[in-house]
Ligand binder design. Structure first.
Ligand code: IDP
Ligand code: MG
Length: 147
């Protein structure tokens, strides 16, 4: 089972969209493996976004992501990374299609509500940055055969 790191960003928590976002991922048939509300440290934020270090928007991105709590999650499932990226929508809010989380709720970049890992390597790094191994569960749901 592939795992991905999903995070409702500070704007999503402040706007009360945690439930809406969790609901969309649940209804898709993904498996919730772990979740917690957390205030990221500057070090965690910089490690999480290290691929963007040096880009013009990087300092503001680190400031934004540490400005208020995020709701961090690990979701599992077949092709969980690609599936969640599709549900999340494109990075730029003007490119994010209606029906996606960003397309339906986000009006400005970088405040685009949600993060999702873009590869298995990123997912492993991002998960370990926020979660301890004993905070994650692998289990089966009876409905799995119907998904
Ligand atoms: P992603 O979140 O869709 O994977 P990335 O390119 O990895 O997009 O960028 C990480 C985050 O950095 C974006 O979600 C957004 O919050 C912010 N960001 C990306 N590009 C820009 C930009 O050009 N201006 C401002 N913020 C940006
Ligand atoms: Mg990214």
């Amino acid at each position: 089972m592939e795992q991905t790191f999903i995070m409702v960003k500070p704007d999503g928590v402040q706007r009360g969209l945690v439930g809406e976002i969790v609901s969309r991922l649940e209804r898709k048939g993904l498996l919730l493996c772990g979740a917690k509300l957390v205030q990221l440290t500057k070090e965690q934020a910089e490690f999480h976004y290290k691929e963007h270090e040096g880009k013009p928007f990087y300092p503001e991105l680190v400031r934004f992501i540490t400005s208020s709590p995020v709701f961090a999650m690990v979701w599992g499932g077949d092709q969980a990374i690609a599936l969640t990226r599709m549900l999340i929508g494109k990075t730029n809010v003007l490119d994010a299609a209606p029906g996606t989380i960003r397309g339906d709720f986000a009006a400005h970049t970088p405040m685009n509500l949600i993060h999702g890992s873009d590869s298995q390597e990123s997912a492993a790094r991002e998960i370990n940055n926020v979660f301890a191994a004993d905070e994650l569960l692998e289990y089966k749901k009876a409905i799995q055969t119907w998904l």
